[in-house]
Design a protein around this ligand. Structure first.
Ligand SMILES: *Cc1c(COP(=O)(O)O)cnc(C)c1O
Length: 366
């Protein structure tokens, strides 16, 4: 048996007839970029996430970049973000001309540690970007308190946390904006690149919309220079179809998560993921922690189980950030965690047979 980390084909084939139908319609109407399908998806996604507005864009990376630029963040500014994320979170800060300031993470949730944010704030700090990593929201109560006190924007990177909640509120609604990725392997995935921004601030979303479409809100008239990052009609249509099934798929993710937890809890050498009381988890990755990570990784790969490490190094320790001259000690927790984490195969369509096979191999190893 070969077990993939994620199998997109199973999900996409299950709705292939609906996709074929809508693609026929779009080819006939030529609504390829923006248009009715995009408008409909934006409305439905905003509503599903409890936000007033949504702007579709090219991908989740652009969603962060557009947000930063629409807030006027650039050269001379600083933005604080977590040491453990995908590089989109930090590279977009640098792309605006601002300086990225990394913060260490919490030992339990792997998200930005609010206790360590305040000493990173300077007179140049403009925003904080928490990432709800693996689907577990960051501590938004504390982050909001800090941001309010210092007058900073909060931009939530929700690329891994569609429909997750903190304190009975959906992520993406705690600050000026929440940014989403619909990269094919995300919980809500397109058939290519796609992304979105949600917000409850009309003037912000209008500025973001204009910036994402060449600085134009009226065709052939440009108020500012912008970029080209728009959502495709085909992708919007696929995402609208998937929205009908997402809560069902997320419930499946939840039971798989609990099945893993129940089966692995008794192994002393493994820490299963912890969920804070205030949290509805987004169930994006199932990540365990063990001091025997490298040995377990090889053992599972040898048994045709595709596992991954999200991520092997904290961002500030990557070559791209050598210029910041950080030492391992600056991110004690992130450095420790990245040596011990391993992501197991996790997707709604994984079978009980496959799960038992994986759990068996882990049991054998220990
Ligand atoms: C996937 C991801 C992104 C970027 O999304 P793309 O659509 O691939 O550009 C940003 N941040 C995080 C945390 C991600 O996991």
């Amino acid at each position: 048996m070969i077990i993939p980390l994620i199998d997109l084909k199973r999900q996409n084939l299950s709705i292939k007839n609906e996709i074929d139908d809508i693609f026929d319609k779009i080819i006939n109407s030529s609504q390829f970029i923006l248009g009715d399908y995009v408008n409909r998806f934006e409305k439905q996604f905003a509503a599903a996430h409890g936000a007033k507005y949504c702007l579709g864009c090219g991908n989740g990376t652009d969603a962060i970049y557009i947000t930063l630029r629409a807030l006027g963040i650039g050269a001379g500014d600083e933005v604080i973000t977590t040491a453990l994320s995908w590089i989109s979170t930090s590279e977009t800060i640098s792309q605006t001309g601002a300086r990225v300031v990394f913060c260490d993470i919490e030992e339990k949730s792997f998200t930005i540690d609010p206790e360590k944010i305040e000493k990173l704030i300077t007179s140049k700090t403009k925003a904080i970007i928490p990432v709800h990593l693996y689907g577990h929201p960051a501590n938004m109560t504390k982050i909001n308190e800090i941001a309010d006190y210092h007058g900073l924007h909060i931009i939530e990177d929700c690329a891994q946390s569609h429909f997750a909640e903190w304190n009975n509120q959906k992520v993406g609604n705690f600050g000026i904006a929440g940014t989403f990725s619909f990269y094919p392997s995300k919980n809500l995935g397109a058939l290519g690149d796609a992304g979105a921004i949600i917000s409850n601030d009309k003037s912000f979303i209008n500025r973001a919309r204009k910036f994402s479409n060449h600085g134009s809100s009226k065709k052939n008239f440009h108020d500012i220079e912008g970029i080209n990052s728009r959502l495709d009609g085909l992708q919007a249509a696929v995402l609208t179809i998937k929205l009908k099934y997402i809560s069902d798929w997320n419930n499946k993710r939840k039971s798989i998560f609990n099945y893993y937890n129940k089966s692995l809890l008794k192994l002393k050498k493994i820490d299963t993921p912890i969920i804070n009381d205030k949290v509805v988890h987004g169930y994006h990755q199932y990540v365990i922690r063990t001091p025997k990570r490298n040995e377990l990784f090889s053992h599972l790969v040898k048994n045709n189980i595709n596992v991954q490490i999200h991520y092997p190094k904290p961002l500030p320790m990557m070559k791209a950030y050598e210029y910041l001259c950080h030492k391992d000690d600056d991110f004690k927790v992130a450095n420790r965690v990245t040596n011990e984490i391993i992501s197991l195969p996790f997707f709604p369509e994984i079978t009980e047979n496959e799960l038992d096979f994986i759990i068996n191999k882990i049991n054998n190893f220990f």
